[in-house]
Ligand binder design. Structure first.
Ligand code: GLU
Length: 479
């Protein structure tokens, strides 16, 4: 028998940015769609009209696109479907599966206080479910506002989660919850179930924070005469202190990581590991590999730890393994000059030399700048002292500058040979010249092979930076 294809959805609420937890949910749904030959629907849950605006939804979509998450249908906006939810709520009232609740806020507050005093958790009494038709009509005629509540059976609920196995909620866990508010807008429970039905969703893969909603949703599916989809709840994401990942933990949005120079492929790969593993110790996966290897069976149920340091490490590794062309494309938004005005063959060589050592795209954009623009380095006094231990060394650098100004070819071999010859003439180790030269041309003490850098930088710029550093040393280091 042919396996039924999985219809999945990613359903973010537009809160202004795409949280990495949401991004992980989107990624897992995307990968499951490939694995199970299915479809991914993007649905924007923007029924909270006061908090949602289109700009926020666009941010989320841009972040998903940047991350490389591909969906097949949508975006569908729940805010455009409010009437549908309303109709569906009344359908349940007609079937006797939901009812109008006229209880006022004050009445409910009293009930809540009473429960609190008795150290019980508050559950709505269900009082309005037993109103007679006559009483209802009177209340309606008097213009009293109401909400629609769902008649939630009071029993033990058991469902089989795709990730966590059997999940049990004891009797008394739920009350008759609200489907439609007094302003006729749907609650999340109603809109999510109506849409999952309308869109033919077969598998709901979402964060663990929704697990206690699932019995409500299952009952709602049944009330609408539908078999519920399969549910799978992804593990929580904690920070390194094992606290729930929140803004307090540092950056939590995809957009922030993008702006900090993280490559989308690195973030994607890192997020895949938050709750999934291949079963061996591999950590680097291309999207093509993931499309084949990802499976629901290997999603864990224990919390995942979001470790920014590990992401940064992975990002640096990614920078070293991606192609030069890809690195050029990725670094472009961070450059301080117009790439169109630069000799691209030359620029690629510069990127090739530096990308294996850059920490992120901001760092890469920074180290390549002196090759293209004439940079006014702000040399650091204490760093300079580390590379220039003695006053004489400044004079040696001056000699190096004079020699370099005289050589014809600025090839890697020529600049290296010249420096080494000078060091031996002076009777010092080559490092005496190498370290300050590196610092002079890059304002950094570490980097790629020095003579490759000097060669690529070229004679004019090398001499310029050397002269600049020598005068800095004379003025500030040995004054
Ligand atoms: N809109 C919900 C959220 O952003 C997700 C709803 C669901 O997946 O059922 O948390």
């Amino acid at each position: 028998m042919k396996k039924r294809e999985w219809i999945l959805r990613f359903a973010p609420s537009p809160t202004g940015y795409l949280h990495v937890g949401g991004a992980r949910t989107a990624i897992f749904n995307e990968l499951l769609k490939y694995k199970y030959n299915g479809k991914l629907i993007l649905r924007i849950e923007d029924t909270d009209l006061a908090r949602s605006d289109k700009k926020l939804s666009e941010n989320i979509m841009q972040a998903l696109e940047w991350l490389g998450v591909e969906w097949d249908q949508g975006p569908f906006f729940q805010s455009e479907r409010i009437n549908l939810y309303k109709t569906k709520a009344y359908q349940l009232v007609e079937k006797g599966l939901a009812y109008r609740c006229f209880c006022t806020k004050e009445e409910l507050e009293k009930e809540r206080e009473k429960a609190h005093k008795e150290s019980k958790s508050f559950r709505y009494s269900g009082r309005c479910s037993s109103l007679s038709q006559e009483e209802i009509d009177d209340l309606l005629n008097s213009g009293k506002s109401y909400v629609i509540r769902f008649k939630m059976p009071n029993k033990e609920f058991v469902f089989n989660d795709l990730i966590r196995g059997e999940v049990v909620f004891p009797k008394d866990s739920f009350d008759d919850f609200v489907l439609m508010r007094s302003d006729y807008t749907p609650t999340y429970h109603l809109s999510v179930v109506v849409d999952d039905i309308e869109m033919g969703v077969t598998h709901v893969i979402r964060g663990e924070d929704h697990i206690s909603n699932t019995p409500k949703h299952i009952e709602l599916f049944r009330a609408f005469g539908m078999e519920p989809p399969r549910f799978g709840h992804l593990p929580l994401i904690l920070d390194v202190d094992r606290k729930r990942l929140s803004k307090r933990s540092g950056a939590v949005s995809v957009e922030e990581f993008r702006d900090r120079g993280v490559l989308p492929e690195a973030l994607y790969n890192y997020l895949v590991l938050l709750g999934w593993s291949s079963g061996d110790d591999r950590e680097f996966f291309s999207k093509e590999e993931l499309k084949k290897e990802f499976s629901v069976e290997r999603i864990h149920s224990s919390p995942a730890i979001f470790d920014v340091k590990k992401l940064e490490w992975m990002n640096a590794k990614y920078l070293s393994i991606i192609s030069v062309d890809r690195a050029v494309e990725a670094v472009k938004p961070f450059l301080k000059f117009n790439l169109e005005e630069v000799d691209i063959t030359y620029f690629k060589k510069v990127i090739e030399l530096h990308k294996t050592r850059a920490r992120n795209l901001i760092d890469l954009a920074d180290v390549v700048k002196p090759y293209i623009l004439t940079v006014d380095f702000n040399y650091d006094l204490s760093e300079a002292k580390k590379v220039l231990k003695k006053h004489d060394y400044v004079n040696y650098l001056q000699i190096l500058l004079d020699r370099y100004s005289k050589i014809e070819s600025f090839s890697v071999q020529a600049v290296e040979a010249e420096l080494r010859a000078l060091a031996s003439e002076l009777g010092v180790k080559a490092g005496v010249l190498i370290h300050p030269l590196r610092y002079a041309i890059s304002a950094r003490r570490v980097g790629p092979p020095l003579f490759d850098m000097v060669h690529l930088l070229g004679k004019k710029k090398t001499l310029y930076y050397l002269a600049k550093f020598i005068s800095f040393a004379r003025e500030k280091v040995f004054c």
